[in-house]
Design a binder for this molecule. Structure first.
Ligand SMILES: Cc1ncc(COP(=O)(O)O)c(C=O)c1O
Length: 370
């Protein structure tokens, strides 16, 4: 993170973050849940939007339960959100147990080893924890054999203050995938063995799989930030981010000249090439080279040549002269070029576009908590 605050005057691009849209997205998800409450996943700095900014907005919208991946993220969030539940997804860190207690953070326990550590750590006064059951990701959570061990040895969870028993869906964005039903069956079985606390299962796309997947609490992330949780169908969420890059130079190019590293783009007809101070170091992915577009005043401007670390080039020949001068803005992401569109163009997912949003942009937050 650059120490100096980045003013609009000095920035190569401005990132507008619409906090009212985040709030509206939370409400849309709660409506979809039909009475089941929803937590919010704000890991990776609120999927790139700023957990310290989206957190209070979500609290104002009624959210009381937050999930982050790392202990350090939880400690930072605790300073912003004093009176909420903050859960740490990525397993217990046995050398940092005091930090959970000090900052009132709830670890998500994912193995019998985690259970044993936590149980002995808070033997005198139980502290809240969650249990994650792996229902098909081979990533985090109790594997089936450890769940069977628990079934035969219920004392292992006796005296634990279990807040949530949870699992995570691997293919919820593919409603037709058999894996959804298989994970639902595995989770339902896990709940029979671990009936304590509340059941927490659905991520953003899981909420749209229907009430069977809702249980007691949902756990969405990406939909809050505007990405489509129902790929292939209209996006029920509102866009939350707009990125505008500033033209720093405009060059007259003649046929045969080439643009950028390795001369991958050759000028065919006379053209005007605008340079913008955004690059892959800002999360504008290199895989967007020669395939992405920007927009100026409703006109699509193709990105030409390779994305450099700090610069990109657009062919602005089709743009009226007044709108293609140095200092003018090109939409790189926003109402016309959505997170999902840019992700598809880059060959990735909206999650990566959002969580890569750069630290060199001037950030403008609109709406939110007043
Ligand atoms: C364990 C867990 N729960 C919930 C989420 C939120 O998922 P989504 O962003 O798809 O809503 C994630 C995100 O990766 C996760 O890892």
């Amino acid at each position: 993170m650059i120490g100096t605050p980045i003013t609009k005057a000095m920035a190569g691009a401005v990132l507008y973050i619409d906090l009212d849209a985040v709030r509206s997205n939370y409400r849309t998800l709660v409506d979809q849940l039909g009475g089941v409450p929803s937590a919010a996943v704000v890991k990776a700095d609120g999927y790139g939007l700023g957990a310290d900014r989206v957190g209070p907005v979500l609290v104002a919208a009624g959210c009381q339960v937050f999930f982050v991946a790392h202990l350090a993220e939880g400690i930072a969030l605790r300073a912003t959100l004093p009176n909420t539940e903050i859960h740490i997804l990525n397993g217990l860190l046995p050398d940092a147990l005091d930090a959970y207690r000090e900052h009132e953070l709830v670890p998500v326990l994912g193995s019998l080893g985690d259970l044993t550590h936590w149980k002995s750590f808070c033997a005198d006064a139980p502290l809240p924890c969650d249990i994650h059951v792996d229902t098909g990701m081979l990533r985090l959570g109790l594997p089936p054999d450890e769940l069977d061990t628990l079934a035969d040895a219920p004392d292992m969870v006796k005296d634990l203050d279990i807040r949530f028993v949870m699992s995570h869906l691997a293919s919820a964005d593919e409603p037709a995938s058999d894996q959804n039903l298989a994970q639902l069956a595995a989770f339902t079985r896990a709940r029979k063995i671990l009936p304590m606390g509340q059941a927490c299962f659905a991520n953003s796309s899981g909420i749209f799989l229907g009430p069977d997947y809702h249980f007691d609490m949902a756990r969405p992330g990406v939909a809050l930030y505007g990405a489509n949780p129902t790929p292939g169908r209209p996006n029920p969420m509102m866009p939350t981010v707009t990125l505008k890059g500033r033209i720093s130079q405009v060059r007259h190019a003649t046929p045969g000249e080439t643009v950028g590293y390795n001369a991958t783009y050759r000028i065919q007809d006379k053209a005007l090439i605008a340079t913008v101070s955004v690059g892959y170091a800002d999360g504008y992915l290199r895989s967007l080279s020669s395939v992405a577009s920007g927009m100026i005043d409703g006109i699509i401007v193709p990105l030409v040549g390779r994305v450099s670390m700090d610069l990109i080039s657009f062919d602005v020949s089709a743009v009226p002269e007044a709108k293609r001068q140095p200092g003018q803005w090109i939409e790189l992401l926003g109402p016309n070029i959505t997170v999902d569109t840019l992700a598809a163009t880059a060959g990735t997912i909206g999650y990566e576009i959002l969580t890569s949003l750069g630290r060199r942009y001037h950030r403008v937050y609109t709406g939110g908590v007043t």
